[in-house]
Design a protein around this ligand. Structure first.
Ligand code: GCB
Length: 594
């Protein structure tokens, strides 16, 4: 009997922990927020010993009795900046994979009649969170937000302790090998958010699927009164829509409205105001439709060609993860200068500043979860983890009109387990958001002389097929680029989601040979690719790999790479390589439709 009770208590408590972060507040930027960014005290714990052998770092104990001592301690002189990866902050952490304990003390006057939430925009990769020495919960996944409700747990002075671990594991997403730096730490903003007791929890406001005259969606309130009168107000559209949430706190709506449609040429956003009797949230939202018809992609009903580029969330000049609005401005300005109307956010959800700025600047986005090669698809836990990542990504970004497609994965090898997992994920994405397109970057194609056939049954469950191909770099050209023929058995739009070659900025040499990292060779590969693209009738977008050189522990060439993947159109200092001008020219001369 005792055993049964223990088991059910365990089940209950792990459910409770999960439930605390499973639902997220929409639009944290539009809430009353106290930033917990800044210096956090740290303990570097390479062997993860701080939780065992009576150490319990999270208790943060100080000796009192004659025989007390603790073999750890936070001190004001040992700190790391949050947000920010730890790798770039101290030379000894450049390659670090292990545990670091973080501690932040903050003053907060707890308010009566308020709720409080501790919101982490991202921590890479796994973490356990403690508030005032009490365990709040854990989170896995380095690129999506999570929160804990801490109402009633705050004092005048508080301490948050977080154990962060970024060690690679075969069962992680991504798994053991990936071609970008494994930046660890509290990499994005940390916020304390206060809401009224009865509050607006989440909402989804966008055009109904394929409609230009109906705004549809739902909103959810939380708190003690779940059935509440609520108002959706868009002043510029003279729209005031009253409704009441049901006993589960949710209201669904369909409202006749004719907003001016958002597009890269005219990225109109509207101030949308959601209110309940006790809470009000503002958010700038744009309205557009996105659909697929045969091999066409239609934005607001019109065919569009996606002039894209791949971006990693990294500021190469400073060898660090990007995390701020200024960082987003720099990266997206580069994409704009290249002539892009589209960006593939590789290979994981980027910080929220990127997607909000893309809304404002009129850049369409592909957003992806980090299922990158070598995922343990046979492990039943993988689908749960992937679904949690999808849910957190879509919950955060579902009101961003810039996002036109969700991507499930990058370069996964076909197998029964892979197909089952990704098919289930595609179904899950559509159940969360039926208005956007679903894609994946595949690399399974069949070569037969000058013919390339897209050959991955995963395409059946996608709306748009992304293909990564490295003709001219990893794969020799089987025929002249202009003679290549592509076959698409799936009759769906194709985006060339990756293609490219390496060059070190300033390195010159033959345009015909790969081995010298010459700018001329990289430029030639892009010219050849463009010759091939001209003959692919169902090509609806291109994303060169990659905007800028990025750091990767796996790039060992001692002269040209030195820990960098050199496929950037820009160098690690932001200098334009010859290939930049090739892509720039291509984008200047092709039309925005096709
Ligand atoms: C790929 C991967 C990308 C790599 C790139 C490369 O196919 O999707 O993450 O960085 O190739 O440079 O090899």
């Amino acid at each position: 009997m005792k055993k049964v009770l223990t088991v059910s208590l365990l089940v209950l408590s792990s459910f409770a922990v999960k439930a605390q972060y499973a639902s997220l507040l929409a639009n944290v930027h539009g809430r009353k927020l106290q930033s917990l960014n800044g210096k956090w005290q740290v303990i570097i714990d390479p062997f993860n010993g701080g939780a065992g052998n009576g150490k319990a770092v999270w208790k943060d104990q100080k000796p009192t009795g004659k025989y007390d001592f603790y073999e750890y301690g936070f001190v004001p002189s040992k700190t790391l900046q949050v947000p920010g990866d730890w790798n770039h902050q101290k030379p000894e952490l450049t390659y670090y994979e292990g545990t670091i304990w973080y501690k932040k003390t903050f003053v907060h006057k707890p308010q009566k009649n308020k709720r409080a939430f501790l919101y982490f925009s991202a921590v890479n990769y796994k973490c356990d969170v403690y508030l005032n020495n009490q365990y709040l919960g854990s989170h896995e996944g380095g690129f999506t937000p999570f929160q804990f409700e801490i109402t009633g747990k705050l004092k005048d002075t508080n301490s948050v302790i977080v154990r962060v671990n970024n060690r690679r594991k075969p069962e992680n997403i991504p798994a053991m090998n990936f071609d970008w730096w494994n930046y660890g730490g509290i990499t994005r903003d940390v916020s304390l958010i206060e809401t009224p007791v009865n509050y607006i929890k989440d909402y989804n406001v966008q055009l109904a699927k394929n409609s230009v005259d109906t705004i549809a969606g739902w909103l959810a309130v939380g708190g003690n009164n779940l059935s509440e009168p609520v108002l959706i107000n868009i002043p510029q559209l003279h729209l005031n829509y009253h409704t009441t949430t049901a006993n589960d706190g949710k209201a669904f709506f369909k409202i006749a409205a004719k907003p001016h449609l958002w597009s890269p040429a005219d990225p109109q956003l509207y101030d949308v105001i959601i209110s309940s009797p006790t809470d009000t949230v503002h958010e700038m939202i744009g309205f557009r439709t996105i659909q697929v018809k045969g091999t066409e992609i239609l934005l607001n009903g019109k065919p569009v060609f996606l002039k894209g580029v791949n971006i990693h969330e990294e500021i190469p000049q400073e060898k660090r993860r990007a995390y701020s609005e200024a960082d987003a401005e720099m990266l997206l300005k580069w994409a704009k200068d290249l002539g892009c109307n589209f960006v593939r956010l590789t290979h994981y959800p980027h910080n929220e500043y990127m997607v909000r700025l893309a809304d404002k600047w009129g850049i369409m986005l592909w957003e992806e979860v980090p299922l990158w090669q070598n995922i343990q698809f046979g492990n039943p836990e993988i689908l749960n983890k992937a679904d949690t990542m999808l849910k957190e990504m879509i919950t955060r970004d579902k009101n961003r009109c810039s996002i036109i497609m969700w991507s499930l994965s990058n370069e996964t090898s076909p197998s029964v387990d892979r197909n089952k997992t990704l098919t289930a994920m595609a179904g899950y994405v559509r159940s969360l958001d039926s208005t956007r397109l679903v894609t994946s970057a595949i690399n399974h194609v069949r070569y037969d002389k000058n013919t390339i056939t897209i050959d991955d049954s995963l395409c059946k469950v996608l709306d748009v097929v992304g293909v990564n191909e490295y003709l001219g770099w990893y794969v020799p050209w089987p025929a002249k680029p202009e003679d290549m023929v592509w076959e698409n058995p799936y009759n769906k739009p194709l985006i060339m989601s990756e293609f490219g070659a390496e060059a070190k900025y300033g390195q010159h040499g033959s345009a015909e040979t790969n081995g010298f990292w010459a700018e001329e060779r990289q430029a030639q590969v892009f010219k050849d690719q463009i010759s091939m693209f001209k003959n692919i009738p169902f090509l609806r977008g291109t994303c060169p790999w990659v905007l800028a050189d990025f750091r990767s522990e796996t790039r060992l060439q001692p002269v040209y790479q030195q820990g960098w993947n050199r496929k950037g159109l820009l160098s690690d200092k932001g200098q334009k390589k010859q290939a930049w001008y090739v892509m720039h020219d291509y984008y200047r001369h092709i039309s925005n439709s096709y």
